[in-house]
Design a protein around this ligand. Structure first.
Ligand code: ADP
Ligand code: MG
Length: 898
């Protein structure tokens, strides 16, 4: 590389820039690009430094629980209770370590989420379009710009066509900027005025362009200001609700604890004991682990989704997918394969030709019956090949295509008839063009012919037929409708001389053209799509199609997707435009298919559906889909086909563009919610149990049933691991045969309140009964009774974890294999407690003694009764609750378990 002094690229002519970078408009060779990558390093912005593990560890100390524990350590030490102080300190360190590990894991997955923003640039290498990873871009690479694309590096334009970009990321100025390859900027022009440059991170709004990379990574303007592209991560609403819930519980606990402390003080207990007890009680009642466990459940779900092709960009979307009631999906590429083939051609003489071959097969088909038809077909194919932006390369190795699938289909038709774009162009050089944009509905090129200027047009029949005359309009429209009704995507092709005075092509020039015919393209359904649609229906999730395609085509495809339920109502974009107010709402609510929709109307559709109570997941891929993706509860962008801008606006990215993946995502989202409920059940019921135990002991004047260190041991060591392990539970059977839960449904619904109270009161009550019997009847002294009670509570908790593995199924019906970590943590917690009884230091601090086999046997027997209680509840009560919920929703519930 030359000097390190930055070159003022914006002041140079395009040709000068190319020669300085030793590049050409066809791009570098793959080998050269690799060489430059080795020499100059990757095209990457400096990553924001992630906080070191020590920082994360220190962060943990900023939680109320830790303050309480710290105070306890200090007070214990001040009172000379060194072993207590040491124990609390150790618990505190263990807790902070667990917290640090969990939150650094969460950070790492958040960083991974941001990486998925990674742009997918289209680059010319070896003269072909390629999509190399953005980090491998080097100076001299030639990048293709089209609407929706974000520039992957700083580019000097070498050609442009009505190119407009959004530079707000860089300049803060939200107005579109016109870019042109033609004139170099002046040396001291501000970044915002360098119209010959397209800067890294800015996005293309309209037009096309070709630019050569002149700065990468930290050398770009973006790198200079080192601002990150990453969207700020939103916090899941469920998590916010749970944090608020934890805070409320904490406040309530504090009040109760103060009252208890006053009570104890009145009874003359020493201050130190009261203080430590208050601390311990606060620790047992505050569901500290809840927010962390929820975050873990959501991240586990997002990892599981990633394995099934769904990349989560914002964690709340995991929760959102679970309560999704409606999916509004694209047709092309999502429900279908986007592998279009022209199968039928209607010629203006009224004849219909069938075209052989599928996909990229370019073998010459049977010639049509008459030579006139042959010529007409040639003319149509020629226009379709000229008004085209795709590339088809036919080599020994086979046929390769790049670009829009409709365009590729026309190139294939041309190739079948020996019409190749690069061989046609020299005789008909391109003067100007109107690129295909969904809102335009057609594309056109202006070509120089012998002594005239001709336009070649292809696009939606509504648009193209309006440009033509001298044909049987009724027959053509009838033919288009007939093709659409059979599920064909229909395009019309036209051509003709235009009066052009050397100006750029505009819509107004396109009149009086000659209609060359209609083509019918087949886009096969994705193999998984019909099944996925049926799964949605079973899960109570509606599927609606939003497409730019013709209503009849859309209707036919919808009927193929779900033959048992063909769509009853199809509404079109132009129809919606004519409606307003209530009529508009009604049309949107009632339609099952939205056809000929412009991207800008998607947002209206989504917002109307949401206003009427739907929880909407929307798919999108184009640059104009971004507002709708942002408005939808869950915005889903297409990974392979989507524009960079759409990906940036979305909550989820479907890697393979496949509709079935969204349905998998819904399944994982529902599972995550189920698991969160399991965690809540465990944490809240054990908190109720401990508080009840103490209240009863105080009310009956018994000595404290557990020492403060014992409470900490039970809460922070034993329960801390198990709640997180519940986040790993697998899917409940019938998960996708339930109606979606209402997004407003509280976690503490009827069933949750009942089961928490039932099992919490049972554990607390039996624990108190045992303690009362040990001290009052069996004549144990307080330490010995506590020793047995603690062993009993550890076993109780461990048995209860098995209950919490499912709210519906029997604990015995949930396979052990489904969650080995949970089983291991139960075994580990029991083993740890036994070990603590024998370990010299620990057994003294915890006041533990070994207990004999007989005592183990009956404590174990008694502890397992909590399983019986939960089993009875699940069998006798849960089915009727489920039926009531299903009745309320009016949907198909999964009814009683067998
Ligand atoms: P979809 O929602 O199914 O992806 P589009 O918005 O991509 O639909 O396309 C809408 C209509 O625009 C098509 O039915 C077709 O008539 C026309 N069209 C699509 N692609 C092209 C293209 N490359 N060139 C010209 N016209 C096109
Ligand atoms: Mg499309």
């Amino acid at each position: 590389m030359e000097s390190t002094r930055p070159v003022a690229w914006h002041t140079l002519e395009a040709s000068e820039v190319l020669s300085r970078l030793d590049s050409r408009p066809e791009g570098l060779s793959e080998a050269e690009a690799r060489r430059r990558l080795d020499r100059d390093g990757p095209n990457r912005l400096p990553e924001p430094k992630r906080p070191g593990i020590l920082r994360v560890f220190a962060e943990q100390f900023r939680s109320p629980l830790i303050y309480v524990l710290l105070a306890a350590t200090v007070v214990s030490a001040a009172l000379g209770r060194w072993s207590d102080a040491a124990f609390v300190l150790v618990v505190l360190l263990v807790d902070a370590t667990i917290g640090a590990v969990q939150s650094s894991k969460a950070e790492a997955s958040a960083a991974a989420l941001n990486k998925t923003l990674a742009l997918v640039p289209t680059v010319l290498r070896d003269g072909r379009r390629q999509k190399p990873p953005v980090q491998t871009l080097v100076r001299g690479d030639v990048v293709l710009l089209e609407p929706g694309a974000a520039a992957p590096a700083d580019l000097r334009l070498i050609s442009s066509e009505q190119l407009r970009t959004d530079e707000s990321l860089l300049t803060g100025e939200s107005q579109a900027v016109d870019k042109t390859a033609d004139h170099p900027a002046a040396l001291d022009d501000a970044v915002a005025d360098r119209f010959d440059m397209v800067f890294a991170g800015t996005t293309v709004l309209a037009g096309r362009g070709l630019g050569v990379v002149c700065e990468v990574g930290e050398g770009t303007e973006l790198g200079r200001i080192a601002r990150s592209l990453a969207a700020p991560g939103a916090r899941p609403p469920l998590l916010l609700r749970m944090e608020a819930f934890s805070r409320r519980i904490a406040a309530a606990t504090l009040a109760v604890v103060v009252l208890l402390a006053i009570g104890q003080a009145l009874r003359g207990a020493p201050f130190a004991d009261i203080f430590l007890l208050a601390v311990a009680l606060a620790v047992s009642a505050i569901p500290e682990g809840l927010p962390v466990a929820i975050t873990i459940a959501l991240s586990v779900a997002s990892a599981r989704m990633a394995r099934r092709g769904v990349v989560v960009r914002r964690l709340p979307a995991v929760e959102g997918l679970g309560s999704c009631t409606l999916i509004a999906t694209d047709k092309t590429g999502t429900l279908t394969e986007n592998r279009l083939t022209i199968k039928r051609v209607w010629l203006p003489d009224g004849s219909v030709l069938e075209v052989d071959g599928e996909g990229l097969d370019v073998t010459r088909p049977k010639p049509p019956a008459s030579p006139e038809q042959g010529r007409a077909l040639q003319a149509l194919a020629r226009a379709g090949v000229l008004a085209n932006e795709a590339v088809l390369s036919i080599a020994q190795g086979g046929v390769e295509a790049a670009g829009d699938a409709v365009d590729v289909a026309f190139l294939v038709l041309g190739a079948k008839l020996s019409l190749h774009r690069d061989r046609l162009l020299p005789a008909a050089p391109l003067l100007s063009s109107l690129a295909y944009e969904p809102e335009r509905g057609y594309c056109a090129g202006l070509h120089a012919a012998a002594d005239e200027v001709r336009a070649e047009v292809k696009g939606a029949p509504e648009q193209v037929l309006a440009m033509c005359d001298g044909f049987d309009r009724e027959a053509a429209e009838a033919a288009a409708r007939a093709l659409a009704a059979e599920g064909y995507r229909v395009l019309a092709v036209a051509s003709g001389p235009v009066a052009n005075h050397g100006k750029a092509l505009a819509h107004d020039h396109l009149r009086g053209l000659r209609l060359l015919g209609l083509v019918g393209l087949i886009d096969p359904l994705r193999a998984e799509a019909p099944e996925a649609v049926v799964r949605c229906r079973e899960a109570g999730v509606e599927v609606r199609m939003i497409t730019g395609d013709h209503p009849d085509t859309a209707r036919a495809i919808a009927a193929q997707l779900d033959p048992a339920h063909p769509p009853l109502r199809v509404v079109t974009g132009p129809e919606l435009r004519r409606l307003e107010g209530e009529a508009l709402d009604r049309a949107i609510l009632e339609a099952e298919v939205y056809a000929r929709v412009e991207p800008t109307q998607k947002r209206l559709i989504v917002e109307t559906l949401q206003r009427h109570g739907h929880f909407v997941a929307l798919t999108g891929d184009g640059v104009n889909d971004a507002p709708a993706l942002q408005a939808a509860h869950v915005g889903v962008a297409m990974g392979a086909r989507g524009a960079d801008v759409a990906r940036a606006a979305a909550d989820l990215i479907i890697a393979d563009d496949n509709f079935a993946s969204i349905v998998n995502g819904i399944e994982e989202g529902r599972n995550a919610y189920d698991n969160i409920r399991k965690i809540v059940w465990l944490l809240i019921s054990t908190a109720i149990a401990e508080i009840l135990l103490f209240l009863l002991a105080i009310a009956t004047g018994l000595p404290m049933p557990l020492t403060p260190v014992q409470i900490l041991w039970l809460n922070l060591i034993h329960e801390g691991v198990q709640d997180a392990a519940l986040a790993l539970e697998g899917r409940e059977p019938g998960l996708m045969r339930r109606p979606p839960r209402s997004p407003r449904e509280p976690i503490f619904d009827r069933q949750m309140i009942e089961q928490c109270l039932l099992t919490g009161i049972y554990i607390g009550g039996v624990g108190f009964g045992l303690y009362w019997w040990l001290t009052g009847v069996a004549g144990y002294d307080a330490p010995a009774a506590r020793n047995l009670l603690l062993a009993f509570l550890v076993l109780f908790d461990n048995a209860h974890v098995l209950n919490c593995r499912s709210e519906r199924r029997s604990a015995f019906a949930v396979p052990w294999r489904a969650n080995p970590i949970l089983i291991a943590s139960i075994a580990g917690s029991t083993a740890l407690h036994v070990a603590a009884m024998y370990l010299p230091g620990l057994s003294q601090v915890l006041e533990l003694q070994p207990i004999g086999p007989v005592e183990w046997l009956w404590t174990f027997g008694l502890a397992s009764t909590v399983v019986a209680v939960a089993e009875l509840y699940k069998r006798l009560r849960v089915p009727s609750l489920a039926r009531a919920i299903a009745r309320d929703k009016g949907g198909a519930g999964d009814g009683a378990p067998p």
